[in-house]
Design a protein around this ligand. Structure first.
Ligand SMILES: Cc1cc2nc3c(=O)[nH]c(=O)nc-3n(C[C@H](O)[C@H](O)[C@H](O)COP(=O)(O)O)c2cc1C
Length: 450
């Protein structure tokens, strides 16, 4: 089933959605619950939001691979293949017949913090932060659409700080600023998972329109409508739209903000002046708590599977790639079939230069389950010799939110944890029939096999 908007997806989750009737405060309390959710736990819908009667907040939306697969109408096993096949197609957006995202309209002057239940996540955060806003804008030079998730600090009234650490938005803003003009933006909040994933796909400066990727991922064109105060098309079925402009030549302190790295990160950032907020009558505000499985899951597809697809165009035998949970996309494990040492070296160099976030990569054979930390550690412990099997690349671009780079250049490391050719590297096994019997027994007793 293709989901046209967030609420259609939520309605189809059944028992995989936890309805929270108890009052929770957007300041710290919601983040605390989202952080405490068990692995593969349900999505969470806060129905009683302190300070915002009538509003609801959803979180943990894409935190499980099962829910991501459901959002794309596929299975977990087929997730990577489905993603790669669809994102190479593209379905262009179309003009909407109606626009629920505009049911209620507030034009500036307004107070963003009173209108929306924006979460304050961590104890040291400098204020509430919008974390799951799909920021849309147009290249002032070419007219090309830009789209990405960018954190925004609510500073009071109509003012927000915005972290522009990534193209294309950082480039569009630089071009507008050079011409002394503001950059119009629109921020879509509360969109279906396919659109959220498309927003963070790594397309590169000459890549396809991410709205076409969103259409392909959900197998139907995204319905768009012109915003009220800026010349930008927005998803008509979003829950909330914030419209505004990034001011030229203005920089202000933004942060501290508990980032996806697990550390606070402050910056001197551009400033958005909000011109309008529109929303559905009974809107659902989307939360995305940094440094949680929700973020891992987004990066897993949009950065991990995307990199897997790019690497496969360069090399045969790449079985799978996993971005390690909790590492903000800095660490990956790749499984390679019939690995020759020269192939592994080439793969390490390719991976570490293709993805600007990736800092540590481990290559293993296809007899290792790359999503099981025990197996990856085992391969490193028994098949890897540090002085022989390590590749270090120095003087590489450091990623801005990585505190170990100190804001400058960084280094990257690849580890060849593939086996040697002798039988001493053959993994011990138990006959398949005995394993099947044990698994059946455990399933019947209600236990999950390890
Ligand atoms: C959860 C999440 C939060 C992000 N926050 C920011 C941000 O605050 N500022 C920023 O410039 N990029 C941020 N990004 C990355 C941009 O959305 C980026 O444009 C997108 O991932 C495309 O990657 P690329 O620029 O490496 O091609 C974030 C990505 C994710 C997944």
């Amino acid at each position: 089933m293709s989901y046209p908007d967030l609420r259609t997806f939520l309605a189809d989750l059944g028992g995989d959605l936890l309805n929270v009737k108890q009052a929770f405060d957007p300041k710290h309390e919601m983040a605390a619950l989202l952080r405490a959710m068990p692995a593969n736990g349900p999505a969470v819908l806060f129905e009683n939001v302190v300070g915002h009667p009538g509003a609801r907040v959803v979180g943990n939306l894409v935190a499980s691979r099962g829910r991501v697969a459901k959002a794309l109408d596929t299975s977990e096993a087929e997730l990577a293949a489905t993603y790669l096949q669809r994102t190479r197609q593209g379905i262009a957006p179309r003009q909407a017949d109606d626009a629920p995202a505009k049911e209620v309209q507030h034009l500036a002057p307004l107070d963003l913090g009173s209108l929306l239940p924006v979460l304050t996540h961590y104890a040291g955060d400098g204020g509430p932060f919008v974390t799951t806003g799909v920021v849309l804008c147009t290249d002032p030079t070419t007219g090309r659409r830009g789209m990405g998730i960018h954190r925004m600090m609510v500073k009071g009234g109509t003012r927000m700080g915005i972290l522009l650490a990534n193209p294309p938005l950082s480039q569009f803003h630089a071009a507008a600023e050079a011409a002394g003009r503001p950059l119009d933006i629109a921020v879509a909040l509360g969109v279906e998972p396919a659109l959220l994933i498309a927003a963070v796909v790594k397309t590169g400066p000459l890549g396809p329109d991410k709205m076409d990727i969103a259409g392909a991922l959900r197998q139907a064109p995204v319905e768009m409508v012109r915003a009220e105060t800026v010349a930008i098309d927005v998803p008509a079925r979003a829950e909330i739209i914030i419209e505004g402009r990034i001011l030229p030549g203005v920089r202000e302190p933004e942060g501290p903000f508990g980032e996806n790295t697990g550390y606070y990160f402050s910056n001197i950032s551009p400033v958005v002046e909000v011109t309008a907020v529109t929303h559905r009558r009974d809107f659902i505000y989307p939360a995305l708590c940094p440094w949680t499985a929700d973020v891992d899951s987004l990066l897993s597809l949009a950065a991990g599977t995307e990199l897997l697809g790019q690497l496969r165009t360069q090399m045969a035998g790449i079985i799978d790639l996993d971005l390690t949970t909790g590492t903000c996309g800095f660490t990956a494990v790749i499984a390679l079939a019939r690995a020759r040492p020269t192939d592994v070296r080439r793969l390490i160099h390719l991976a570490l230069s293709m993805d600007k976030r990736l800092k540590l990569v481990t290559v293993v054979d296809d007899d290792v389950d790359i999503r099981d930390p025990r197996e990856v550690s085992w391969a490193l412990a028994t098949r890897f010799q540090p002085d022989r099997d390590t590749v270090i690349l120095s003087g590489m671009e450091g990623y801005v939110i990585d505190p170990s780079c100190g804001g400058g250049t960084g280094s990257r490391m690849g580890m060849d944890a593939t086996r040697g050719s002798g039988p001493e590297f053959d993994k011990i096994t138990i006959p398949a029939a005995a394993v099947a019997k044990a698994r059946t027994f455990l399933a019947e007793t209600g236990l999950v096999a390890g």
